[in-house]
Design a protein around this ligand. Structure first.
Ligand SMILES: *[C@@H]1O[C@H](CO)[C@@H](O)[C@H](O)[C@H]1NC(C)=O
Length: 314
């Protein structure tokens, strides 16, 4: 699949981040091994212009002014006693086979918005649906299901209950059941040692500790706006925005594809390291505003012409 953007991932949590239009995020470093020593010299490459979090995998984004950067990805900064979302901490899964569901097959998922109402409750909002109020479940009192993600990876997932299941089933297939909503409290890290062996061979910096909660691969995704602009210039029948690529961090000011060569990225006092380029799936063809898939399969059709990645065959 074509690669557009770099994935950035971090290992230790040190601080929170403030992002304005021109400034940036927080601090991390990764120095466990000698060869991973933090660089001592940095060159300015661009500025951060947008920060996003996606509390529900495949769901609507929330734009942030400030992002707390954690090992598990972006977290909403503390505000009063509201629940602090983490990136991709909720997901939809199939009741019968416990497989995860995404907007690749259910593109209307991109319309679901999650809002915190207090420390333990959030609401889910979707077109033509009543508002669902959800009490955040926990691993002690509630059921844990093993959900299957890509490559058969199993992720322990706390079930959000029958009312939530009914709500999401009605929204997705006009049925009383079929889908459930799951929650990941981040207590257990993912283990990709057995499921992602081919990828680990191809990308030596890819490891379990760099994975997000329910993200396909790593805990952060960075997109370069000028790369998106260049892609748009190459497309005749369609245009996309950076939102088609669902970044956590959007950068401007760097030449198109400059990000291909960045191993370390320092934003404010947060240091991120590159794990792998992001192979882009059909979700990039879904208009984030309308939930409608591109009739001409863009931007993938154009990316295939010049950005095919020799990624692993799975
Ligand atoms: C989780 O467990 C608590 C305590 O038993 C219960 O009140 C709540 O309804 C459960 N939530 C779900 C989603 O099952």
């Amino acid at each position: 699949m074509p690669a557009l953007s770099k994935i950035i991932t971090v290992e230790s949590v040190l601080a929170a981040a403030t992002v304005g239009i021109l400034t940036t995020v927080a601090v991390y470093w990764y120095q466990r091994r000698k060869k991973n020593r933090l660089p001592t010299e940095w060159n300015p490459v661009g500025i951060v212009t947008r920060l996003y979090i996606y509390p529900l995998k495949s769901g609507h984004e929330i734009e942030l002014e400030t992002a707390v950067c954690t090992e598990l990805g972006v977290m909403i900064p503390p505000f009063g006693n509201l629940h602090q979302f983490r990136d991709r901490s909720f997901l939809i899964y199939n009741e019968a086979d416990k497989k995860f569901e995404t907007a690749r097959t259910s593109s209307q998922l991109v319309h679901i918005k999650i809002t915190a109402i207090d420390e333990n409750h959030v609401t889910l909002n979707a077109p033509n649906m009543p508002i669902l109020t959800l009490k955040i479940p926990n691993a002690v009192e509630n059921r844990t299901d093993m959900i299957t993600q890509h490559f058969g990876e199993k992720i322990p997932t706390i079930d959000c209950g029958d009312e939530a299941a009914k709500w999401i089933s009605q929204y997705l297939k006009n049925a009383e059941s079929g889908f459930r909503i799951g929650y990941n409290d981040g207590a257990r890290r993912r283990n990709i040692d057995f499921t992602h062996q081919e990828y680990k061979k191809a990308y030596p910096r890819l490891r379990s500790s760099g994975m997000g909660l329910y993200s396909d691969f790593t805990s952060y995704l960075l997109v370069n706006q000028f790369t998106v602009n260049d892609l748009n210039a190459k497309m005749q029948d369609a245009q996309v925005t950076h939102r088609n690529f669902r970044p956590n961090i959007l950068i401007e000011g760097a030449p198109p594809y400059a990000e291909d060569n960045w191993v370390w990225v320092k934003i404010g006092d947060v240091v991120l390291y590159e794990v792998k380029p992001c192979t882009r799936c059909v979700l990039t063809t879904v208009n984030p505003e309308t939930g409608i898939k591109s009739a001409v399969n863009e931007p993938l059709r154009t990316l295939r012409k010049y950005r095919m990645l020799k990624d692993v065959k799975t």
